[in-house]
Design a protein around this ligand. Sequence first.
Ligand SMILES: *[C@@H]1O[C@H](CO)[C@@H](O)[C@H](O)[C@H]1NC(C)=O
Ligand SMILES: *[C@@H]1O[C@H](CO)[C@@H](O)[C@H](O)[C@H]1NC(C)=O
Ligand SMILES: *[C@@H]1O[C@H](CO)[C@@H](O)[C@H](O)[C@H]1NC(C)=O
Ligand SMILES: *[C@@H]1O[C@H](CO)[C@@H](O)[C@H](O)[C@H]1NC(C)=O
Ligand SMILES: *[C@@H]1O[C@H](CO)[C@@H](O)[C@H](O)[C@H]1NC(C)=O
Ligand SMILES: *[C@@H]1O[C@H](CO)[C@@H](O)[C@H](O)[C@H]1NC(C)=O
Length: 796
Amino acid sequence: METAPEKTQRNRQVIFLIVAFLLSEARSESGRFSVAEEMESGSFVANVVKTLGVGVGELLARRARVLSEDKKQHLQLNSETGDLLIKEKLDREELCGSTEPCVLPFQILLENPLHFFRAELQVEDINDHSPTFLDMETFLKIPEGTTLGTTFPLTIAQDMDVGKNGLQNYTISPNSYLFLRTRTHSDGRKYPELVLEKALDREEQPELSLTLMAMDGGSPARSGTAQVRITVVDINDNTPVFSQSQYEVQIPENSPFGSLVVTVSARDLDAGIYGDITYTLFQATAKVSQTFRVDPISGDIRLKRAVDFEEIQTYDLYIEAIDGGGLSTKCNVLVHVTDLNDNPPELTVSSFTSNIPENSSETVVAVFSIRDPDSGDNGRMTCSIQEDLPFVLKQQFENVYILVTEETLDRENKAEYNITITVTDFGSPRLKTEHNITVIISDINDNPPIFNQTAYTLYLRENNSPALHIGSVSASDRDTGTNAKVTYSLLPLEDENLPLFSYISINSDNGNLYALRSLDYEAIQTFRFTVRATDGGSPALSSKALIRVVVQDENDNSPFMLYPLENGTTPCNDLVPRSAEPGYLVTKVVAIDGDSGQNSWLSYQLLKATDSGLFTVWAHNGEVHTARPISDRDSIKQKLLVLVKDNGQPPLSTAATLNVILVDGFSEPYIHLSDAPKEQAQTDSLTIYLVISLASVSFLFLVSIILFISVRIWRKKRDTLNSGYFGPHGPSSGHLVDVNGTGTLPQRYQYEVCLTRDLGTSEFKFLKPAIPSVQAQGYGKNLEENPSFQTSFGIN
Ligand SMILES: *[C@@H]1O[C@H](CO)[C@@H](O)[C@H](O)[C@H]1NC(C)=O
Ligand SMILES: *[C@@H]1O[C@H](CO)[C@@H](O)[C@H](O)[C@H]1NC(C)=O
Ligand SMILES: *[C@@H]1O[C@H](CO)[C@@H](O)[C@H](O)[C@H]1NC(C)=O
Ligand SMILES: *[C@@H]1O[C@H](CO)[C@@H](O)[C@H](O)[C@H]1NC(C)=O
Ligand SMILES: *[C@@H]1O[C@H](CO)[C@@H](O)[C@H](O)[C@H]1NC(C)=O
Ligand SMILES: *[C@@H]1O[C@H](CO)[C@@H](O)[C@H](O)[C@H]1NC(C)=O
């Protein structure tokens, strides 16, 4: 565009020079006019009359006219006035472009004579154009962090005007980062240049929109604007920043796999990949990397496995956040595992005595320690055993306890204790552990054998077979084992005269008692001895029981006739006066029976008589009475056979013969008999012998009575001290004869009867008791206790 006007201009100049050369022969003159561009058509430029030196009328006449050097006529000449006028609007920029000055050559031609007037029209510039930018918007990308002072040339603006009216200066809207410099190219064109004055920070100001203004120097000045849009290009100038430099979290132990622990988050101000953050574990220990997993994108830290407070209580993690540009930061995550009561207490028995002897003072049964790996209340424990046990727990040190006996133990009361030690912690829920121990109480020999009865009474029929089992004693011992093994033994009687060991033996193992030989009730009715039970302990303990053996009577003695004396050498004669009334007491048959009780109950009967109608025998007492009046026809000598029978099973009996002589008078023979004892004595040596023996027996009897009484007194004194060896005494029916009508007599009668048995006439006298009945009772006792006396009884 610039070349075209220049060419035409140059062409015009060339043409102008050629014309000027051709016309140089002719008369020519020159002039210069100037006019501002953009003047309206017809505007006055100059009056050429004077310049041409011709009169006004001459112009018209000489047909003055304006000749343009190019095709276009810019001026016209008013031939009448000589004014040179603008034919049409002149645009300097169109005519000359940027050439300055803009001169349009022209000629004024006059004819007659031909005359050329050469002139020039200079078109003056006016400021009729504003600077304009070719690009209304300029986009510029500047990386942040660009060095200060860096320049950025901008789009150029153009102003068609020239000179002062042309482009003069550029400005930019105020900002703190860049300023503008107006620079000039070598060809003189001015261009704007931005200079970085302050570092750009995309994170602070990612974009700038500036207005670039170009100004010319006209008056008034004109300006044009363009937009400069600057994008700050990101560089990775920001490291990621964690929202917290340290995270501290608590998680309960036993949290399940995958539980979220905490989410870390970091921010990177950079954009794009420079702002994309990836999280990783940093310098993780094996434990940490086994336990935690970090989501690289979200930053969630999750559990890879359950955590155990008892194993590790605090994890110290470092998390690294890396952006896409490789910048990284670390943060610290402290994970505190909180305790749950997930461990029951543990109990360790370090020493245990399962066997403790009874009756021992405070004994340590067990030493144990307790432990709970949990902490706080979850690890605080209490320890207990069942109540109502004779054991107590004592705390020895912290968490060390001993179990001791509280009192002396009695195995016989309880031989085995099952003790449950319960350890409970205080957590929630409370966990407990039980430990069972069994304590066995071992025996010591602290219990003597005890007989199941304090006294035994054994009954035995007389005439037993030897080695007869007569009964058993039994003693038990509350101890066990050999301490409870009971052996039995006999203790000798106090009265050593009785050869106990020849009577009785005991099986030492089972307490069976045996009668060694046949016993005779008539010889011994009862006796006592003591059995001792001894246990096998060391020292052995023993106890005693009293055994009373009662010999039971058997009907082994037939009644013994005292009157008439059995197997007497002389028969007994009884006299009965013929004048006797019926029921006259003739005599009394007297018999005794060595047995006792029913076996000694005697009954009498008349077995045979000379005249069976004359006498009767009273069954219960043996009295012989006349049954009817005696007549003269009855023979003087009557023979009666009387049978005495006892009440035993089977009954035994003895018969005796009575001779009854019926006499007419009564008193004479009686007096006669009482006056002549000497003649009788001389004739009957047996009578003398009897008297002597009776006297000696009576003496012995008296001595025995005295001895007995003194022994009684002495024993009574002793018994008050040693009460109970012998039971209460009373008349024993077994050895007392019945004097009240059974027909038997006390034994002491025997002597008197025998003394008089042959005298015949003393029929009433002997019925009188010779000894008071008080003594008879004492005599009964004596029989029981004094075997020597019984021996004397046996003589009879
Ligand atoms: C260009 O403009 C600036 C700021 O407006 C001014 O300081 C400077 O003098 C001007 N230059 C010219 C040549 O007018
Ligand atoms: C056992 O008990 C008895 C009586 O209760 C006592 O005499 C004895 O000394 C005790 N033995 C021990 C070893 O304590
Ligand atoms: C103790 O426990 C054992 C075994 O469980 C049992 O056989 C025994 O009878 C128990 N003893 C007591 C006194 O409870
Ligand atoms: C301990 O003994 C108690 C009562 O006999 C019983 O219930 C419990 O199961 C036992 N414990 C153990 C661990 O044997
Ligand atoms: C005592 O033991 C003996 C022998 O075993 C027995 O015969 C008797 O009946 C027992 N007595 C008691 C009161 O149990
Ligand atoms: C009496 O004699 C009879 C027959 O001779 C005889 O069996 C009996 O034993 C004798 N009695 C006494 C006590 O001697």
